[in-house]
Every structure is written in C-alpha cells, then in structure tokens.
Design a protein around this ligand. Sequence first.
Ligand SMILES: Nc1ncnc2c1ncn2[C@@H]1O[C@H](COP(=O)(O)OP(=O)(O)OP(=O)(O)O)[C@@H](O)[C@H]1O
Ligand SMILES: [Mg+2]
Length: 246
Amino acid sequence: MGLILEVKNLTKKFGGLTAVNDVNFEIERGEMLGLIGPNGAGKTTLFHVISGFEKPTSGTVFFDGVNITGKKPFQIVNMGMARTFQLVKSFHYLSLLDNVSVACLSPRGKEAFGASGIDEAASSILTSVGLVDKARLPPVILPHGDLRKLQIGKALGTNPEMLLLDEPFSGLVHEEKEGIAKLIRRLKDEGVTIFVTGHVLRELMTLVPRVIAMHHGRLIAEGSPQEVANNKVVLEAYLGRGEGFA
Ligand SMILES: Nc1ncnc2c1ncn2[C@@H]1O[C@H](COP(=O)(O)OP(=O)(O)OP(=O)(O)O)[C@@H](O)[C@H]1O
Ligand SMILES: [Mg+2]
C-alpha cells in the first residue's frame, strides 16, 4: 500500500485571489477520496495544479513518491495519473472508438495494450464504460451522460494508476449517475486510486469512504461522508452561499 499522492502546502493565486490556499492532504494507493465544496471553492483549480494544467504559486505535489510539482500534463499522465474535466472535452468529429484509441496510443496505453491491439483495447474500454454500441458515432451527436462516460474511457486509455474525476455526475439524470457510480466502483475494485469531486455531498455519500471539504481555497474538514455532512463549518460554508448542501 502506501501513499500514492502527497499534497504539501499547495497554494495557487490568480492575482489577488487565492484559489487554493495552503492545502495539505494525502491519498493512499487504492483509496477512493471525495472532494466537496461550494461553487468557487477551488476544487477544479486544485485538480489543475495537481495534474499539471496550472503551475502552483507554492507548495509541492508528490505522486508515487516522485515530486511532480510544475511538470507538464503529458509527463504526469505518462507517470500514471489521468484526469477528466468538469467541462467535457472530446475530439468532436472522431468516432468514440478513435477518441479512446488516441488515448490508448499514449506511452502507457501502448505498453499495456501493445501497438497492434489498440482497436481491441479501445473497444473493450468502450464496453466497460457502456458505450460500445455507439463506438462508430462521433461525440458531437451524443447526450451529455455519454460524453461523461467517454471522458472516463479516454482517461482509461492511458492505463492510469490514479484517476482524478472532476464532477463526473454534473448535468446527469439519476440513472446516468447510477451508471457512472457503478463504473467508478468497478475501477476502484480493479485497483485504480480515485480522487473525485462533487458539488454536493449526496453524490459522493454512498460512493466514497472518506471526504475532504474545501471552502475559499482552504481545506475545512476531513472524515467520513457522515462526519463531513454533520460538520458545522461545512454546513456554514454551503449555507453562507445560499446553496443546497445535500
Ligand atoms: N484561470 C483563472 N483566473 C482567475 N481566477 C480563476 C481562474 N480559475 C479559477 N479562478 C477562480 O478561482 C476560484 C476557484 O475556482 P474553481 O473553478 O477552482 O472552483 P470550484 O470549486 O471548482 O467551483 P465549481 O463548483 O463551480 O466547479 C474562483 O473564484 C474562480 O473564479
Ligand atoms: Mg469546479
């Protein structure tokens, strides 16, 4: 076991705004950790800084014991950390199969699936995310739920050890949420470490055993979903913004 991610004193400033403020936490290999926080809390910025899409103002990120602070996204993906985006991104006019194949052609993908087995690997990933019957279609004509699944499929093409999922349930209807939750659980069972954000705790309540909560860039609580749901500071953070909590 041991730690797969260590975040130490991580800070990200945009001019006068401190989006991530001296954040410290760790994730065990194979763990599933949730991150909640109201609108603008800094969740996505934290993901950007960890995955190399933004450089931190200060602080350090260790992945698998290696200091990855300031590395580029592709270098971090090549080390085994993949992520999805809150706003879905795809190659709109390539088929779903080709979208996933591109990811399978990454160094880790080729190593895992072999250069000649890319189509097969992409197809089996599409099966695992429930999209294989749409393999030949382009993302541009698909509903939002399918695009969320596709994002996870593309991340899986890089054969990650750890997956960062930024609001994978956002904009989905109930059955779609169930489908994504089931998929995330299966990935966890296969040994992938999961770090997942949710706008409201309800989405993560039955999914993750441990949650950290963020507000104004700072970590304000840590514990089981139940503990965090009953945490006064967390409740105030949500109520203060007039947002629903659960
Ligand atoms: N590139 C940027 N330049 C300036 N400010 C930014 C930038 N990115 C984010 N911010 C600000 O940083 C703060 C944190 O934003 P962030 O998107 O990380 O929050 P979040 O917790 O992901 O919110 P949401 O729940 O809406 O997804 C916000 O005040 C936001 O306006
Ligand atoms: Mg966000």
